[in-house]
Write a protein that binds this ligand. Structure first.
Ligand code: FMN
Length: 228
């Protein structure tokens, strides 16, 4: 049977992510744009973080008490806590050709909502036997997060393909002050406590990098032919 005898359907890609300050969403949108141009069907699905222990602090931006609210996540993160989340219908289906996980770093590791999703029964259906890719968004620390996501998705039967990370401008102290200022004021400022700081969040160029990564993923998509 030749290629022309088979009807090739569009590859379908799930982009599942959690986001608080919308950085993971921006990368998902850039990647989705490229994948669609390459003929894929792309579905974006956001995990909602609804656990009553933490829902209030993550339901508004900027933080009300940034130091307390951010530091308060340290212990749960260190013990690998999971919590209550809402998983949209789109992130429960088992018919994707590729799954891409968008994971913000919280204290070096995957955030509670992403960990909770990856450990869920629903994710088991999505990942089992499926190729998956990871993108990490972080101020600076991406690798433990990526490895944590990879481990959990593999445990659910997923087949790891590739990863990419996006980090913020500035070295340790200034990038921290810039992010902390953003958490406090809800906008980029030129200085924090009198110290000149770079803009926080995704750096210019993230879109091109996201698209290039997505294009590489599209190259590798082997889509089964629909029955003739
Ligand atoms: C509770 C909390 C903890 C964080 N801890 C870290 C960290 O340990 N290392 C790091 O590089 N970034 C850390 N960040 C910054 C986020 O990883 C970064 O801002 C990310 O891009 C947010 O993605 P989002 O906008 O999609 O939520 C933390 C952010 C929050 C809210």
């Amino acid at each position: 049977m030749s290629e022309s005898d088979t009807v090739r359907r569009k590859p379908s890609v799930l982009m599942v992510y959690y986001t608080f300050t919308q950085q993971a969403l921006k990368v998902a949108e850039a990647m989705a744009g490229e994948l669609r141009q390459r003929g894929c069907d792309v579905t974006l699905a956001k995990i909602e973080f609804t656990d009553e222990r933490w829902v209030e602090r993550f339901s508004r931006f900027p933080f009300k008490r940034p130091l307390r609210e951010v530091l308060g996540m340290f212990v749960p993160q260190m013990r690998g806590a999971t919590g209550e989340i809402v998983i949209p219908e789109e992130a429960r289906r088992d018919d994707y050709d590729l799954v891409c996980i968008g994971s913000p770093t919280w204290f070096f590791r995957p955030s509670i909502p992403i960990r909770s999703y990856l450990a869920s029964e629903e994710a088991g259906r999505v990942f089992n036997g499926k190729p998956f890719a990871i993108y990490v968004v972080a101020r600076r620390y991406w690798s433990l997060n990526m490895k944590g996501v990879r481990k959990l998705a593999k445990k659910q039967g997923g087949e790891y393909v590739d990863n990419i990370h996006f980090v913020y401008a500035g070295r340790q102290v200034r990038s921290f002050l810039a992010l902390f200022g953003y958490f406090t004021y809800g906008e980029n400022r030129e200085k924090y406590a009198g110290i000149k700081i770079p803009p926080t969040n995704l750096q210019p160029g993230y879109e091109g990098q996201g698209r290039a990564f997505a294009s590489k993923l599209a190259d590798g998509l082997e889509v089964p032919a629909a029955p003739a």
